[in-house]
Write a protein that binds this ligand. Structure first.
Ligand SMILES: [Zn+2]
Length: 140
């Protein structure tokens, strides 16, 4: 968590913060749908939100024993991403740090059980070509 200490004071304006929050609320499931559509169009078939696995991965490729998570940058605290800035003095802070810790535990648990995991971040969806490439490289 070293990078958190280097964060400057919470200097995002109120206006900008509320804009970000609105975008997050309204776009909550969109990134996930976008990744599903890409994987599907590439010919991959998957289950969604498999509750038998730790963390309910967004896309599950059982025969390959691989999963893809689609993470919102804010809620899942994407490092060095402008959307994921952690407020220094805010009620959000504890919540976000807890999310981050939980995500790590989930990935560790899956890997221990022999699953390979790919995390696709919300901000990556501005370059769909790259996302496509990453999915193909990951799934083979
Ligand atoms: Zn991001």
């Amino acid at each position: 968590l070293g990078f958190l200490k280097e964060q400057p004071l919470d200097n995002i304006s109120k206006e900008k913060r509320s804009k970000i929050m609105r975008a997050i609320k309204s776009g909550n499931t969109r990134p996930e749908l976008c990744v599903r559509r890409i994987a599907f169009s590439l010919g991959y078939r998957y289950r969604t939100c498999d509750t038998r696995l730790p963390g309910r991965p967004d896309l599950v490729f059982r025969s390959r024993k691989k999963v893809i998570f689609v993470h919102g940058c804010f809620w899942h605290v994407h490092e060095r991403c402008p959307i994921s800035h952690i407020p220094k003095y805010s009620l959000w802070r504890q919540k976000l740090l807890a999310n981050r810790k939980r995500d790590r535990n989930v990935l560790n648990a899956l890997q221990r059980e022999g699953w390979r995991c790919l995390v696709i971040w919300e901000c990556e969806l501005t370059a769909l070509d790259n996302v496509q490439k990453r999915i193909v490289e990951f799934l083979g």
